[in-house]
Design a protein. Structure first.
Length: 602
């Protein structure tokens, strides 16, 4: 009888430990964050990203308990409950919708089999164009905005939350979502940006369009509807993202509280907040809306940083997100929350949402997820046991991805060097609060002509810090040379990973050498433009080095299939048709300007 009792006890304990839902902790899980979910965000308008992070079995095995698929699930509805036949039988629109339903049912079945909770990334409010066109006089408040140049970001035919019909359609959309896909465990709501490149029969956008009190009231209306429909009626989870294009709700504590204080807390309601006060950029302080208010919240964290290589080279973010970045000594005050570690004693802190892949546009396109894994899996290791230090979590990840024990110290050193090399190369630590460095000069695969850095250049010239900037870029290069040297010492279980490690280190070193030469040419050229006196010999010599580095970079890609695709010396340009390179405002054109001038005047 004793043996039977012991067996029964062990089986019962095992059963209870396996039936915990996201958001709940078992008695043996006291140091695990309740929610740990991941998203792969496909580049809008491009083929879907191929990655293991879309596999629910992999996510479950890794330690995640939720996935946030980028399926445009809000477009897989017929709206027959709104108006029978509004999407006509046999029409191209209806066939597209029904086909999408079947595709998503298959994917949901796979997630259910793996025991993975699903919270689709849902744009509010995107609707069939047929509905928006038919009822636009009732739905759309500011019709002129629907044809503006910001359609690529904000959508078109944008409904207004103050319209009774808009509110009705939100409820109908939620009804049809859960009726059509009863397997769903909840929704993640996006309202700040709406991209329609992959939805040929749908339009819409953020129904909360205004700032000020009207914007606050709009969010309150929207959240109350969603809370009632998702959390109360269906007992499903609702993750309401605070990100808005323009940093309104997302970064202003006063506005955050004015909105959220009007909403009654619910066990299934969570606010989702990026850890940065703005986008996922360096030189950006920790988000002051984290850790305030009365609601549960999760923290968003990008693992393939779109501004810093997108996995083409090392760009370690987790340590900064957890403990704070080195630039915080200049831009934050002592006593302010500076990292996720400062949230651990807050019972409202419910978990992490990693963006393993995506978040930007175009390339660089990677061939290996090594650097994605380092950011994502280290976050997972820590979230599963928040008693771990950052380095302890990183070591667990290193061993998991195949770094050999004897190479562990070299690998950890390499990873920890990368954020130092990134911030000195792409950005600047010189007088951050005063100098006004514009981190947006380069993003995704695009390098602009640096004209957005004119304010920064004016500051350093006036304060006689031109050579300090150039030395800082040279320091970044020296860091990347150390990374390149260390990469040759690291042994890994898989030869393919070891080779990618080395190729990506060389890729990063060449990239930051190009940046160093570009800063030198443009800064010296800018001084010449203002004074009429150019350091011609120096500019000429640096341009020669710049040209050679581009050749080296192209040769690296040509001779190494594992290399990520390269950057291009063109500016980032977005239009209603998508993103492309703008040669006129690109780095190459700026360099060529000085090339022609100097060559003709030597």
């Amino acid at each position: 009888m004793k043996i039977k009792a012991i067996v029964f006890f062990l089986l019962t304990t095992l059963l209870l430990s396996c039936t915990n839902k996201p958001g709940e902790k078992s008695s043996n899980d006291t140091h695990r964050l309740p929610i740990l979910m991941d998203m792969v965000f496909n580049n809008p308008g491009e083929k879907a990203t191929v990655t293991k992070y879309k596999d629910p079995e992999f996510l479950k095995e890794t330690g995640y308990n939720g996935m946030v698929p980028h399926w445009n699930i809000q477009c897989a509805l017929t709206y027959d409950t709104f108006e029978k036949g509004i999407i006509p039988e046999g029409s191209d629109e209806r066939e597209w919708i029904l086909n999408k339903q079947q595709q998503l049912k298959t994917k949901l079945a796979q997630a259910e089999k793996a025991g993975m909770s699903v919270y689709p990334f849902t744009d509010v409010l995107v609707l069939p164009k047929i509905i928006l066109e038919k009822y636009k006089n009732e739905l759309i408040k500011n019709k002129e905005k629907s044809s503006s140049g910001f359609d690529a970001i904000h959508g078109k035919l944008v409904p207004d939350i103050n319209s009774p019909l808009t509110q009705k359609l939100i409820r109908i959309q939620i009804n049809e979502l859960f009726d059509t896909f009863p397997e769903l465990d909840g929704l993640v709501i996006r309202f700040g940006e709406t991209y329609l490149f992959d939805t040929p029969y749908h339009a819409g956008g953020n129904p909360v369009r205004s700032r000020g009190e009207e914007g606050i009231d709009g969010h309150v209306k929207l959240i109350k509807i969603l809370r009632e429909e998702v959390c109360e009626k269906r007992n499903k989870k609702l993750f309401y993202r605070t990100w808005d294009f323009g940093n309104f709700f997302h970064t202003n504590p006063e506005v955050y509280l004015k909105i959220t204080d009007q909403i009654k807390p619910h066990k299934n309601l969570f606010f989702s907040i990026k850890y940065t006060k703005g986008d996922f950029q360096r030189l950006t302080s920790f988000n002051p809306t984290l850790g305030i208010g009365k609601h549960q919240y999760i923290v968003e964290y990008q693992c393939q940083p779109e501004y810093y290589g997108k996995g083409s080279h090392a760009a370690y973010v987790f340590n900064g997100m957890l403990n704070g970045f080195e630039e915080f000594s200049q831009i934050m005050k002592p006593g302010q929350k500076q990292g996720v570690k400062d949230l651990l004693n807050d019972p409202k802190f419910a978990g992490l949402w990693t963006w393993s892949r995506g978040g930007g546009w175009k390339g660089p396109y990677i061939t290996n997820e090594l650097w994605v894994d380092v950011n994502a899996l280290t976050a997972v290791a820590w979230a599963k046991n928040t008693k771990l230090t950052e380095t302890e979590a990183l070591k667990k990840t290193a061993l998991k991805i195949g770094v050999q024990q004897e190479s562990l110290d070299d690998f950890i050193k390499l990873v920890h060097l990368s954020p130092k090399g990134v911030v000195r190369g792409h950005c600047s630590l010189i007088d951050i609060p005063k100098a006004g460095f514009n981190v947006w000069w380069m993003r995704d695969q695009y390098m602009s002509d640096m004209s957005v850095l004119n304010h920064f250049f004016d500051y350093v010239i006036k304060n006689e810090k031109t050579e300090d900037v150039i030395k800082e870029k040279q320091e970044a290069v020296e860091i990347w040379k150390q990374i390149e040297e260390l990469s040759g010492k690291v042994k890994m279980k898989e030869q393919n990973d070891a080779e990618y490690l080395k190729v990506s280190a060389t890729y990063g070193r060449i990239k930051y050498e190009i940046i160093e030469k570009a800063f030198t040419v443009v800064l010296l050229g800018y001084i010449g433009d203002k004074t009429g006196t150019y350091d011609k010999k120096r500019i000429h010599d640096v341009i020669e080095s710049y040209d050679k580095l581009w050749k080296d970079w192209k040769d690296l890609k040509k001779n190494n299939p594992l290399s990520a695709t390269l950057y291009e010396p063109n500016a980032f340009k977005m239009s209603i048709n998508g993103v492309s390179g703008d040669k006129k405002n690109g780095l190459g054109t700026r360099i060529d300007k000085y090339r022609r001038f100097i060559t003709g005047n030597l």
